[in-house]
Ligand binder design. Sequence first.
Ligand code: ADP
Ligand code: MG
Length: 145
Amino acid sequence: MTAETFSAQETHELGRKIGENALPGEVYTLIGDLGAGKTVFTQGVAEGLGVKDAVNSPTFTILQIYEDGRMPFYHFDVYRIGCIEEMDEIGYEEYFYGNGVCFVEWANLIEEILPENYKEIRIDTDISKGPDYRRITIEEKPAKA
Ligand code: ADP
Ligand code: MG
């Protein structure tokens, strides 16, 4: 599906709906440039999951775990990852194949370890439509025939 948003609040709201409907064991990837709105979207997801703790993208932490929602919420931001072994050190498999829901900002940097099935959320800007415009595409991977 594709949605268009015209403010950060609308992106947050879309994230909240996804969070409300997320299922245990799902992995979502977030693809988009710096400032696209991946963290805004993720904050909406957290709200939809009932997470009360503040969600942000700490510069030097690849994984933040929130356990106060209706299921564990694993927020990865791999922007500053140096090599894929760092994911092993974190023990990512426990989270990707666990009973919580994973959201992975900059997942394109760790493509080789993504699970076979995941949902990709792509956030694109289009400056011709204004600075606050975003096109958000959510797609199952691999694409269904
Ligand atoms: P990322 O995590 O992708 O680097 P952030 O979510 O941290 O990006 O930041 C997105 C920035 O863009 C925020 O400052 C937000 O207020 C702004 N913004 C403007 N319009 C939108 C929109 N439609 N959706 C999401 N963010 C928007
Ligand atoms: Mg971010």
